[in-house]
Design a protein around this ligand. Structure first.
Ligand code: DQA
Length: 147
């Protein structure tokens, strides 16, 4: 068992992309930070990003088959992708949807998520801390005796 942290389109641009909205932390920084936290928590984590929807679907299918919990920032696919929602509906080991920004305080099209109805829970607006909280939550569910 490992916890997957899957990131959708444009999140490879983190740190450079609209820093006033998404902050200056890069995805490499997030990855290093989550790997450190996972080691502390005694779980294994794998952080990935793709700009290709089919690749993301393949990752979610594999997570469903392997019983891996998933932290997902679906990025723009949050608001567009029935295909990603259908794939996520198969996950049984926990799915936390994470958004760096508070999607409810932005353009109205960002308020609707195709993913939320099939997620265990959602964290939005807490910046990169959202990933840490999601990892802690899923690690706590998956490691017997962990807090
Ligand atoms: C995002 C919010 C989405 O609306 C946007 O398309 C993103 C990032 C976030 O992390 O705040 O790419 O998921």
């Amino acid at each position: 068992m490992r916890i997957l942290v899957l990131n959708g389109p444009n999140l490879n641009r983190l740190g450079k992309r609209q820093p006033e909205v998404y902050g200056t932390t890069t995805l490499a920084d997030v990855t290093a930070d989550l790997e450190g936290l996972a080691a502390e928590l005694g779980v294994s984590v794998e952080v990935r990003q793709t700009n290709h929807e089919g690749e993301m679907l393949d990752w979610v299918h594999a997570a469903a088959d392997d019983g891996d919990p998933v932290v997902l920032n679906p990025a723009a696919w949050t608001h567009t992708s029935v295909a990603l929602r259908d794939a996520c509906a198969e996950l049984r080991a926990g799915l936390v949807e994470v958004h760096l920004s508070n999607v409810h305080a932005r353009e109205s099209f960002r308020a609707h998520s195709y993913i939320t109805p099939v997620a265990t829970g959602v964290i939005a607006g807490l910046g990169v801390e959202g990933y840490r909280l999601a990892l802690r939550f899923l690690a706590g569910r998956s490691v017997p005796g962990a807090a």
